[in-house]
Write a protein that binds this ligand. Structure first.
Ligand SMILES: [Zn+2]
Length: 214
């Protein structure tokens, strides 16, 4: 099978054959790659962190995200070890400093973006005035404009312009739709770029093989 082109049906079959543990690992890897892409685009690495204060379990980012209740006023996630609920953090690693912020789920971040006047703030202002909301939004939606679009608001500021070279290392390693989301471009643009460079599209098999090479 090695090196052979894998059709969508076979790829789906592979995905179904994965054990629960492999599936979790796969999702965590895709999430990690997505955060690497965000870092390539924006300079900062965002890392959701949840260490249970009750049992000490260190949760993965995807576990932290899955553990949220979709309640705009409940900031807790659920420990996968003991079920205790606690508030996770977002570690933001920049070139000169690392900051720890509260980490909001997608629903909480959108709820706060929807508050009056938020769309009048430039990305720089949002980043300064509402650092936790701003960064949580980027983790979940790829960018501020995309998140505002979710709540029916046309955000007038452009965030990332020179992204074309920065996405190249991620083409085919992440779904075209994820890359399109993170740069706020139509998926057809990403697909065209990828095809022009002769890079095969993302498949589950590719990412499993990439993981096995490590
Ligand atoms: Zn626990």
């Amino acid at each position: 099978m090695a090196g052979m082109h894998l059709g969508l049906a076979q790829s789906l079959e592979l995905e179904q054959r994965l054990t629960q543990a492999q599936r979790i690992q796969l999702n965590q890897r895709i999430f990690g790659l997505r955060m690497e892409l965000v870092q390539a685009l924006r300079g900062d690495l965002y890392r959701p962190e949840g260490v249970c204060p009750n049992c000490g379990r260190k949760m993965t980012a995807t576990e932290v995200i899955r553990g949220f209740n979709t309640d705009p006023n409940d900031f807790t996630t659920c420990c996968t070890g003991c079920g205790f609920r606690f508030e996770p953090e977002l570690i933001c690693v920049g070139e000169i400093s690392t900051i720890r912020l509260p980490f909001y789920c997608g629903c909480q971040a959108l709820h706060r973006l929807g508050l009056a006047g938020m769309a009048n703030f430039s990305p720089e202002q949002l980043s300064m005035e509402y650092p936790a909301i701003y960064r949580s939004v980027i983790v979940h939606y790829g960018g501020i404009r995309q998140a505002f679009r979710e709540i029916g608001v046309d955000y007038p500021f452009q965030e990332i312009s020179d992204w074309r070279n920065k996405v190249v290392p991620f083409l085919g390693r992440l779904r075209d739709t994820i890359i399109a989301e993170c740069v706020d471009a139509p998926v057809s643009v990403i697909r065209r770029m990828r095809k022009k460079l002769g890079i095969a599209k993302f498949t589950v098999r590719k990412i499993v093989e990439e993981a096995n090479e490590d």
